[in-house]
Design a protein around this ligand. Sequence first.
Ligand code: ZN
Length: 311
Amino acid sequence: MEKVLFGVDVGGTTVKIGLFEADGDLKEKWEIPTRTEEGGKNIIPDIAGSIMVKIAQLGINKEDIIGVGMGVPGPVTEDGTVLMAVNLGWGKCNTNKELGDLLGLPVKTGNDANVAALGEYWKGGGQGYKDVIAVTLGTGVGGGIIVGGKIVCGSNGAGGEIGHIHLEDHESETCGCGGHGCLEQYTSATGVVRLAKKKLADSSKPSVLRDTQVTAKDVWDAVKAGDELAIEVANIYGEYLGKGLSAIAAVLNPEIFVIGGGVSKAGDVVIDYMKPYFEKYAFPGTLNAKFALAKLGNDAGIYGAAKLVLE
Ligand code: ZN
């Protein structure tokens, strides 16, 4: 029988689990609820139980299982120590050992955003490249840095926290991190809505966005429809994002940026409005960077987790 491996993506409400062949073909995927009560003490045993049931159902031999990779929402150091995972109720823990002992299999853990980046590097928008920056423009802005095919965790598990690059000195609102003027405050889904509302208040221009409950999708739809005010918002958005990515490029000189998350569902238009500003601000030696949309969607986490085991 062919060798297989499991990729686990632990979220605050559900745990996604994928069974993969060693070459990265996804054979099966399923979800179980995340039981966060009592300090999340059931989460690891639940995952172990679900994997054991699947192994039994499919009659997989233990010798054919390479291991289990896992992404968790919190800082994780190079050796797989989870420093904390607030949304799961976890403090510092060693999930490699806890899950590994329950399953009798090798387990590797990483931060969920970094692991998702590894997934996009392996089988998604960054496939074929070694130096990949994944940028997730969702409710917040996250990222993952892959250099030479390896995740950059950083010394305290905070590598790849690109949403908190400081871009704006004159910001009165506080970011989720406690700072002011972070990339996330302008380029997340809530960020683009905030930019649109500010523009609507400051300008008297007519717009389809006026007197509506503006969402990020509305803004990009209006941009695509040629709404002048929405286009002004897209330029402000693009300037913040382009500036942030140019700073990352100066440090890492990546081959490609892979843009994912809810905002990226608007499509290439997000890249189109960002790219001129990236080119304006980037160090010339970094202008070789390509830009692509993420391909794996919500499955990036299980793909990357599986890849973690192959490292
Ligand atoms: Zn911040």
